[in-house]
Design a protein around this ligand. Sequence first.
Ligand code: GAR
Length: 213
Amino acid sequence: MSDFAIAVLISGRGSNFIAIQQRIEEGSLPARIACVISSRADAPGLAYATERGIPTLVMPGKEQPEEKITTFLLEAFRKYDVALVVLAGFLRKIPRAVVEEWPDRIINIHPALLPSFGGKGMYGRRVHEAVLAYGCKVSGATVHLVSADYDTGPPVLQRCVPVYEDDTPETLAGRVLQVEHALLPEAVALFASGQVVVSGRTVRTGATKLTQS
Ligand code: GAR
């Protein structure tokens, strides 16, 4: 089993977490989920983790002082010897102190092409509603480094999907989610193989340049 330990943070269904775990189990992603941390005790994704024997933790509530949340997260990352933190449908803000302690080692998946349709309150269905309301012809998914503000860190990977004229928030969400399930494990694999180099807002992943004919 790979030594590249990751912590996956969730808030709900956990389909992105499950996509990562499935890639690991089928042998196409050299990583190991050391723990799943949920912001909600009733997140459905926790049951899947428990079935797989993956340790689970529930974060202190958002009414708790930020220092308590910071200490909780940093202790968990240390305890499980984590190399990368993956926010997979995690809807709480990561405290600034945690981001500063873990520069360039926390990633998030967002269901749109940032910097469009991101920021506080832009999550889940709301994102797809906003994309349709704007009349966009493409949407997609972004994996980005986490900074102290919502959805503002530099992109690591982005992938487009078409928006169709008869799309509803649900049909668009489904198309984007399929891409998310490929993109997030790909990003984890890039970190696991040491291919990610961050220089300012540019995140190099060794992606090959297409030559023009
Ligand atoms: C995913 O679409 C993810 O991109 C989104 O929530 C969903 C969680 O699904 N995250 C955000 O909107 C964060 N701003 P999941 O729990 O099944 O992985």
